[in-house]
Ligand binder design. Structure first.
Ligand SMILES: Cc1cc2nc3c(=O)[nH]c(=O)nc-3n(C[C@H](O)[C@H](O)[C@H](O)COP(=O)(O)OP(=O)(O)OC[C@H]3O[C@@H](n4cnc5c(N)ncnc54)[C@H](O)[C@@H]3O)c2cc1C
Length: 287
C-alpha cells in the first residue's frame, strides 16, 4: 500500500522543527522512518505532515559528560553497536542494538525513534529501562528531563508531547563493580522479541548484590521492571540458588499477551529462564 497524502518539511534548525510541530496540525516527527513509514504504508498512521529531523545537525553523537554518557537522539543503531565507549561502559546497549532487525534497519533506525515509538517488544527501550536512562525533551518553552520510568507510559505511548522533540538520552555512570547485559529471545535472528530481559547489577564484597535493575520486554504494554526479583536479590549473595529464586519472582506484575509467536504461559516461563541467563551474563561482566 502507499501512504495517504502528506506534507513534508525538512527544517534545518531545532527551533524551526519545533515551530512546524506547533503550527502544523496532525504533524509527526520523522527520524529513520523504520517504524513510522511502515505504519503509514499500512495506513495505520496517517499524519497530515512529516517534520523530518534528519537534516538537523548535531543530534547524532555519543559523548562522555561529567557523570553520564550522552547519546544524541539521531544516533543510529549501527553506531551504538560499534561504539567503543558504549562497549566498555554499557555493553547492554551493544547486546540490544546488535539484535535489531537487519543491517539496513540498523543503518537508518535511531535510538530516539525506537524510544519514541515505544514498541514494548523493541530492544533498546527495554535496555534503557534497565539503565533507568533519562530522556531530554525539547519544546518551544525549554527543556525537560524525564526518567525511563515516566517516559514509557503505555503501548506505543510515551510522555513526549506532540510539539516536543527528544534530543538526547543520558545514562548515568555506573558505580565500580557493575555489570550489564541484555538478552532477546526470538524465534529467528532479527525477529521482534518474544521475551527480552535487561539487567544492570552492582556488586559489593563477597559477591553480595548492592543494587540491581531488571527490565522485561514484550510481556506487557511497555518495558516493565521486575521489582520483586530486584528486591529479592538486593543484599544477597548471588549464586545459582538466589538467582533462580529471584527469576521465579520475575513473573509478578508481568502481563504477557498470547499470539502466534508464543502463548502467555510460554512467555511467563521464558521470563524466568531469561532473567536467570541475563543476570548471570551481567554478573560475568562485573568490573
Ligand atoms: C523490518 C523491521 C524489523 C525491525 N526489527 C526490530 C527489532 O528486532 N527490534 C527493534 O527494537 N526494532 C525493530 N525495528 C524498528 C527499528 O528499530 C526502528 O528503527 C525504530 O523503532 C524507530 O526508529 P526510527 O528512527 O526509524 O524512527 P521513525 O520510524 O522515524 O519514528 C518512530 C516514531 O518516533 C517518533 N520520533 C522519532 N524520533 C523522534 C524524536 N527525536 N523526537 C520525537 N519523536 C520522535 C516519530 O514521530 C514516530 O512516531 C524493525 C523495523 C523494521 C522495519
Amino acid at each position: 500500500m502507499t501512504p495517504k497524502k502528506f506534507d513534508y518539511y525538512a527544517p534545518t534548525s531545532i527551533n524551526e522543527a519545533l515551530q512546524l510541530l506547533e503550527e502544523k496540525e496532525e504533524s509527526k516527527v520523522l527520524a529513520g522512518g523504520q517504524s513510522l513509514l511502515a505504519l503509514m504504508k499500512l495506513r495505520l498512521a496517517a499524519p497530515a505532515a512529516l517534520v523530518d529531523i534528519t537534516k538537523l545537525q548535531g543530534l547524532s553523537y555519543i559523548k562522555e559528560e561529567k557523570g553520564y554518557l550522552a547519546i544524541g537522539a539521531l544516533t543510529v543503531h549501527d553506531l551504538i553497536e560499534h561504539d567503543e565507549i558504549i562497549a566498555s561502559k554499557f555493553p547492554i546497549l551493544v547486546d540490544a542494538a546488535t539484535k535489531i532487525g537487519d543491517q539496513q534497519i540498523r543503518n537508518r533506525g535511531t535510538i530516539g525513534g525506537s524510544a519514541c515509538h515505544a514498541d514494548p517488544a523493541a530492544d533498546l527501550p527495554t535496555a534503557l529501562t534497565a539503565l533507568n536512562a533519562s530522556f531530554v525533551l525539547r519544546g518551544r518553552n525549554g527543556e525537560r528531563i524525564v526518567p525511563a520510568t515516566d517516559f514509557f507510559v503505555d503501548l506505543f505511548m510515551t510522555s513526549i508531547g506532540h510539539d516536543e522533540i527528544l534530543t538526547e538520552i543520558r545514562l548515568s555512570n555506573l558505580p565500580p563493580m557493575s555489570g550489564t547485559a541484555y538478552i532477546k529471545h526470538s524465534r529467528r535472528e532479527g525477529d521482534f522479541a518474544i521475551v527480552s530481559t535487561g539487567v544492570v547489577c552492582t556488586m559489593g564484597q563477597q559477591n553480595v548484590c548492592k543494587d540491581v535493575k531488571i527490565a522485561l520486554g514484550a510481556v506487557g504494554p511497555k518495558p516493565l521492571r521486575a521489582t520483586a526479583s530486584e528486591e529479592y536479590l538486593k543484599g544477597k549473595t548471588l549464586d545459582e540458588k538466589t538467582i533462580a529464586e529471584a527469576a521465579e519472582k520475575g513473573v509478578e506484575g508481568a502481563d504477557p499477551p498470547s499470539d502466534i509467536h508464543g502463548s502467555r504461559e510460554y512467555r511467563l516461563d521464558m521470563i524466568k529462564v531469561f532473567i536467570r541467563r541475563t543476570t548471570k551474563l551481567a554478573l560475568s561482566r562485573v568490573k
